[in-house]
Design a protein around this ligand. Sequence first.
Ligand SMILES: O=C(O)CCC(=O)C(=O)O
Ligand SMILES: [Fe+2]
Length: 209
Amino acid sequence: MSNNQPLLPDPQALNPAPAESLLDGALHYFPAFLPYNNADKLFQQLLHTLPWRQESLTIYGRRQVSPRLQCWLGEHGLSYRYSGKTFISQAWDPLLQQLAALISHQLQQPFNSVLANLYRNGQDSMGWHSDDEAELGPAPVIASLSLGAERDFTLRRRGESRQAGRLALAHGSLLVMNAGMQSHWQHALPKRANVQQPRINLTFRQILY
Ligand SMILES: O=C(O)CCC(=O)C(=O)O
Ligand SMILES: [Fe+2]
């Protein structure tokens, strides 16, 4: 692999054009947001350099080891509370900062932090939830960049147990969860026995206080 190419694309090279609008605009999906080359390099770099940790979380009163690795990075001193734990952001490096700026510019939305998830293979997952923590405000916009193995992202209406939709999130794609998404819908990343390869997901968020 040649190292003389930049990790991040020129903003002109981003491909935001064919956004698929889903759930009456609550979701926008850009299947090839990052050029393939950049997506590959970014994936390798983040896999090897982010401070990945396996958290133990309290879910429905039971302590469990989280079925994925995570880290939370952003501007200095932000704190974020979920699943009974407070996380203080680790300082993000210039790469993530530039990536956040690129996506912010593209979407015209501010992002001051990123929750990074590493699903080591198809056994790793994330259960049903909405990203509705108070720190995100009443109508957050969250931008979710996928790198590596393609995984299914599932959707259901809040208050219902039936799955209502599914989207396969491609390498280099960007899924934007718009205002209204978190208050009306839940999402999950289910286990997939046939997936052997890792996937990284970066969810860019704006913490309001
Ligand atoms: O991995 C994904 O695509 C979803 C991640 C997610 O929902 C979250 O971090 O809140
Ligand atoms: Fe989420």
